[in-house]
Ligand binder design. Structure first.
Ligand code: SF4
Length: 475
């Protein structure tokens, strides 16, 4: 991937890079960095490598922001450099907006230290600043961060990097493309389909559910990338075999048990979807960093497959925290009958459980809602497979395969991450004025689409086995 990235860089569009939600994450990271910097009084911004060198030599400078180091081969930026004890050594600080120190942060620091070592800069300590789980909205910024001393682990990595750097550089800078080897990384690699091992492959082995590493190693050793090339002697699990057969035959599969599953439903059927907001920095009084809050629901309801469809929705006021209001509205909309409540995954069930814990007086009304929930994702996973799912049971993959006339294409908000970002931007006032109403409508449209998509998928399942449902005596 690294060689292709260097020699045949993808366009942002082709690589799916810098989507709106990515931009929001970057914006949040910058906000967190700004707050971290405020704790290092007197810090000076370095724009270039030369400025960095000049500041390193300036005894009056105790802190450098955004220092840049360059050697013949490498370039590295460092969020904060702090002069150690007024001497010639420096403490390196990396700022992150999560709660814990991830391995990738250590790699990032190790690479920076490697470049600094080659540039002749002495480092005393390597630290990652992470957000504190205890921090509450409105607390002083001094309580926002935790300092994690990672010096020992990072130094070990620097030695490893130093050891492998020469060989790695030779391959990376060489004109010859290294031989591609199938690995776990290929699954999410942007080059797989167009430029590498998946080029021209209609259905790849990555569509197989629960693909074990040992099985992947076998495919890699035998050069098997296409599902249809798996020899009959390879025994796959039931689900995997179903995926392989659908890819080869091009036909949709419905399990005989689907009719029985549908017959257990109680009408009226409801289709429920929640949206949430979460932000690195707390949005409302009483909230911690990264606190997830429910902001929105959409409910479609009907009394039979061909019956009239009703719709209800709720969208919070971004200026305040509205979970209780949402819970009360949810009870009002769903508490009046005993019909099945379709969700897509167990997320809604968990959210309703959390609401019951947060508002114990509402728990007696919320518990029955949980008990009536039917996970359509699980139902599709157990009873249906279409080759166009391409191994994914997400509603975004299932909908175009089963309901080709309905699509998220062209919707300004078409995924959960963008919905979170837009709500957070309204809450922070980044979206204001007339745009607030436009954004609210886009959020409502997106959530309504999610529940209507579920309803239409249910239609397809019901029509696919209408005879069997009737025979099983659906209520
Ligand atoms: S598809 Fe796999 S082998 Fe090819 S560049 Fe990506 S990770 Fe490397």
């Amino acid at each position: 991937m690294a060689w292709l990235g260097l020699h045949r860089p993808m366009s942002a569009e082709a690589g799916g890079m810098v989507q709106q939600a990515d931009r929001h994450r970057m914006y949040e990271a910058l906000e967190v960095q700004k707050l971290a910097r405020s704790l290092f009084v007197g810090g000076v911004e370095a724009r270039t490598a030369d400025q960095t060198l000049a500041l390193l030599e300036d005894p009056a400078c105790s802190t450098i922001f955004h220092a840049l180091f360059e050697t013949a081969e490498f370039q590295a930026r460092v969020h904060i450099l702090e002069r150690a004890g007024g001497g010639r050594a420096w403490d390196v600080v990396l700022i992150k907006s999560g709660f814990s120190v991830k391995l990738e942060y250590l790699y990032e620091l190790a690479f920076a230290l490697l470049v600094m070592r080659r540039a002749g800069v002495m480092v005393r300590k390597a630290t990652v600043l992470t957000l504190s789980r205890e921090y509450l909205y409105g607390d002083p910024v001094e309580q926002l961060f935790e300092r994690n001393d990672c010096t020992k682990k990072v130094r070990e990595l620097v030695d490893r990097f130093e050891h492998g750097a020469a060989g790695m550089l030779q391959v990376l800078l060489g004109a010859e493309e290294p031989t591609a080897t199938l690995s776990r990384l290929c699954r999410t690699c942007g080059y797989f389909d167009g430029d590498c091992l998946g080029r021209g492959v209609d259905h790849s082995i990555f569509e197989l559910p629960s693909l074990a590493n040992s099985r992947l190693d076998y495919f890699a050793e035998n050069g098997i990338v296409r599902l249809g090339d798996i020899p009959a002697s390879v025994i796959l699990s039931g689900r995997q075999e179903r995926v392989r057969q659908a890819a080869v035959s091009g036909e949709c599969w419905f399990a005989p048990e689907l009719a029985e599953g549908l017959a257990r439903l109680t009408w009226p059927c409801h289709y429920l979807d929640f949206e949430t907001v979460t932000a690195a920095l707390p949005l409302y009084p009483g909230c911690t960093c990264h606190r997830q809050l429910l902001t929105q629901f959409s409910i479609h309801s009907r009394w039979s497959v061909d019956g009239e469809i009703a719709h209800h929705e709720f969208l919070a006021d971004p200026a305040r925290e509205c979970e209780r209001e949402l819970a009360e509205q949810l009870i009002a909309r769903l508490g009046g009958d005993e019909g099945s409540i379709f969700t897509y995954s167990s997320f809604e069930r968990t959210c309703v459980k959390n609401l019951g814990e947060r508002f114990p007086d509402l728990e007696p009304a919320l518990r029955p809602l949980r008990e009536r929930m039917v996970d359509l994702l699980q139902m599709v996973g157990d009873y249906v497979y279409h080759p166009a799912f391409r191994g994914s049971y997400s509603i975004k993959s299932v909908l175009p395969a089963l309901v080709p006339d309905l699509s998220y294409a062209g919707m300004p908000i078409a995924d959960g991450s963008t919905a979170i970002m837009k709500f957070a931007q309204m809450a922070r006032g980044v979206i204001s004025g007339d745009l607030v109403e436009v954004t609210r409508q886009q959020l409502l449209d997106y959530c309504r689409m999610d529940t209507y998509a579920m309803l239409r998928v249910h239609d397809v399942l019901a029509h696919a086995c209408a005879g069997r449902v009737a025979a099983a005596g659906g209520r």
